[in-house]
Design a protein around this ligand. Structure first.
Ligand code: PGA
Length: 252
């Protein structure tokens, strides 16, 4: 993995309200304990971002939003601006999650605007990409990943990439209990790294963290993290349980 610092990220999706969310955040902070060789991030729902950030203030856990608008403010009903995320205590954002793409119709172009906005306001930006089962079965995985990367990262400079993390999440593995095998994940990650080198330059390929997401559990985290090009995980279901997420944070 070289100099890339591992990142274990928990995406709480549309789960938790203030009481159970704060309890979960506290429990995660407790089970996470002290860590220096890795980073830990939690993305709670917008409605409890500031409460969770408050609870985690004394820890090193990064708080992220699950999506973000590009504009600082304006007539964007239903959206949250990067300035609002910062003011609520967040310092990162997930962008382009497959649920945003598939259920809410977000396009690569829209997602690219979100990425640019998040970066303009200094947020660590996790861009999610991944193929559907159909795309995998018809042999289009690499084509889809390359296109999502190219479009999602359009107009970015090499320097911007210091604040970008890519999450590879095969859509067929999200919430299904079906994890990509470590070989399938490694193959996709290596391809993503190579593509980053082509879009930008070699240093970007070497330095950008690429997380795996899709049914990551305490039982598969170790073998996933042992792969050369897997630098962390984006965890959904298992992040809602402090013990499971704690075990994932403490992968070996
Ligand atoms: P999962 O979700 O871990 O529940 O599969 C991952 C994600 O959607 O980020």
């Amino acid at each position: 993995m070289g100099t890339r610092k591992a990142l274990i990220a928990g995406n709480w999706k549309m789960y938790t309200t203030v009481v159970d969310g704060c309890r979960l955040a506290l429990d995660v902070a407790k089970t996470a304990g002290n860590f220096t060789d890795r980073e830990v991030l939690i993305a709670p729902p917008f409605t409890i971002l500031s409460e969770v950030a408050h609870v985690l203030a004394g820890s090193d856990i990064i708080v992220a939003s699950q999506n973000v608008c590009w504009a600082e403010k304006g007539a964007f009903t239903g959206e949250i601006s990067p300035v609002m995320v910062r003011a609520a205590g967040g310092s990162a954002a997930i962008v382009g999650h497959s649920e945003r793409r598939q259920i809410f119709g977000e396009t690569d172009e829209l997602i690219n605007r979100r990425v640019q906005g998040a970066l303009a306001f200094g947020l660590l930006t996790i861009l999610c990409i991944g193929e559907t089962l159909d795309e995998r079965e018809s042999g289009k995985t690499f084509e889809v990943l390359a296109a999502q990367l190219k479009k999602g990262l359009a107009s970015l400079a090499v320097a911007d990439m210091a604040k970008v993390v890519i999450a590879y999440e095969p859509v067929w593995a999200i919430g299904t209990g079906k994890t990509a095998s470590k070989e399938q994940a490694q193959e996709a990650h290596a391809f993503i790294r190579e593509t980053l080198g082509k879009i930008f330059e070699k240093t970007v390929a070497e330095q950008t963290r690429i997380l795996y997401g899709g049914s990551v559990k305490p039982t598969n985290i170790d073998e996933l993290m042992a792969q050369n090009d897997i630098d962390g995980a984006l965890v959904g279901g298992a992040a809602l349980d402090a013990e499971s997420f704690g075990r994932i944070i403490h992968y070996q």
